[in-house]
Design a protein around this ligand. Structure first.
Ligand code: SF4
Length: 448
């Protein structure tokens, strides 16, 4: 492990699930802006729909999501009604009949919705939007609360993929993050989903958790592989207690330092590769026959707010408190506080509170960053030409020249290729092209 690299490149950088990143969204993008952008959607567009369900049964200390713990069902039921209304409000503004090719339920814990509410919501969505025959419908699942009935309801409603939160299978780590989830719980949830007909299974694992060691990460990867998931993600824990106050419950003395985090990330990748999963981008792994691998090979791998995806939709519509949408002209975000979101929807208003209209330079830099984060290479001249831009990226190339000395990238004829040694530093390499990085109040998590 090269400590010099950590010192030089281990600073805080965004995850680049969007560009510009969410901290740079501004209040100038209003419901009226969104209405206008929705009106520009045509029948030729392909839609991806994201539904945010900001409720959980208990709080995991590492959580970085927008969610809250509820003990009664009523707030969840009320929220389901708000989602129904928002779907109707948004659909009303779209004039053409674009096809939905992807639906993602995230949170929070979407599986906290009752079977009835989930099924009725899917019916309402299908009533307002036209689905393509092979649309993927994915749901994030908390294995601890997954029942046979819910698995059946999801399969019946057309769910094709389940993404299960696992993080680490070792009890001492689970205790340190307030998420006790024995292996059998995950095993049973997978069996229930598969029996019901939800055959595509993803696992979310983590490194950098309190008390976690390289051995823990390897054991977790091995146990996860026993359940034959199609895809896994291995995210680094982002300790941002200034943004997520429950993370203050984590004992900072127990957190692995930079070199240990790096060793854990590399150990997870090595073991998963040995177990037959191919590396995808920064932190995803997939079986060789998975669509994610085919997308990578075919240059069609994309990155959105959920990470790496085969989703080819050019428009993402976000529903629910805090949800983000991505349309041709820019990004929009719904109000995060439940009261604000609810008041807007009940009043028949689109609950947008901020966003950003993309400049031509934003679109060019987003394309460069996405190519680096997905395919690990970019041809700067070709990309600039595609956008009709004369940008030469000279200062960026100078910075990358130093990274080339460190073996993280190769540069030839203004084509940049991230080397295997550079893969863990992908976010830092992409950040070279981020015009917003030095501006604003944003504080990000560490690069590795
Ligand atoms: S279940 Fe997921 S969303 Fe809910 S608190 Fe835990 S990590 Fe956060």
């Amino acid at each position: 492990m090269n400590k010099d690299l950590l010192e030089r490149y281990g600073g805080a950088v965004p995850r680049y699930t969007s560009y510009p990143t969410a901290p740079h969204f501004e209040a100038g993008v209003t419901p009226e802006t969104y209405r206008r952008w929705l009106g520009q959607i045509t029948g030729d567009d392909a839609l991806s729909l994201y539904f945010h369900v900001p409720f959980c049964a208990s709080m995991c200390w590492y959580c970085g999501c927008h969610t809250k713990v509820v003990k009664r069902y009523q707030p969840i039921g009320d929220y389901a009604e708000l989602l129904r209304r928002e779907v109707s409000l948004v659909a009303h503004e779209i004039k053409g009949t674009p096809s939905v090719i992807n639906v993602h339920w995230g949170g929070g814990t979407p599986s906290m919705l009752s079977e009835k509410d989930f099924s009725e919501l899917m019916d309402a969505i299908r009533k307002h939007f036209q689905f393509s025959d092979d649309a993927e419908v994915a749901v994030e699942i908390d294995p601890r609360t997954m029942t046979n009935n819910m698995a059946g309801a999801m399969a019946k409603a057309g769910v094709t993929r389940a993404s299960l939160g696992v993080q680490d299978f070792n009890l001492h780590v689970q205790q340190a993050i307030n998420r006790i989830q024995p292996f059998e719980v995950t095993e049973n949830a997978v069996a229930r989903l598969r029996r019901a007909g939800v055959s595509a299974i993803n696992f979310d694992l983590m490194y950098g958790l309190p008390g976690q060691t390289v051995d823990d990460v390897i054991r977790t990867a091995e146990l996860a592989a026993l359940l034959s998931p199609d895809r896994l993600s291995v995210f680094g824990y982002a300790h941002v207690p200034w943004m997520k106050s429950h993370q203050k419950m984590i004992d900072e003395d127990q957190l692995p330092d930079g070199p240990e985090r790096m060793a854990q990330a590399q150990a997870a990748a090595t073991r998963l590769n040995e177990l037959g999963f191919l590396s995808i981008g920064l932190d995803h792994f997939a079986r060789p026959d998975d669509a994610l691998v085919r997308a990578l090979d075919g240059g069609r791998l994309n990155r959105n707010f959920q990470g790496y995806t085969t989703d080819q939709a050019n428009v993402l519509l976000g529903f629910g408190a805090s949800a983000i949408g991505s349309l041709g002209p820019g990004y929009v975000q719904n109000a995060a506080p439940m009261g604000d979101y609810s008041r807007a929807v009940v009043a028949g208003k689109l609950p947008i509170v901020r966003g950003i209209a993309l400049t031509p330079d934003d679109k060019l830099r987003r394309a460069v960053i996405e190519q680096l984060m997905c395919g690990m290479s970019v041809d700067l001249d070709e990309t600039a030409a595609h956008f009709g831009a004369s940008e030469k990226f000279q200062s960026e190339l100078n910075t990358l020249g130093l990274m080339a000395w460190d073996g993280l990238v190769e540069i030839k004829d203004r084509r940049i290729h991230i080397t295997p040694e550079g893969r863990p530093w992908m976010r830092t390499i992409a950040a070279v092209f981020d015009r917003y990085l030095e501006t604003g109040e944003a504080r990000h998590s560490r690069a590795v």
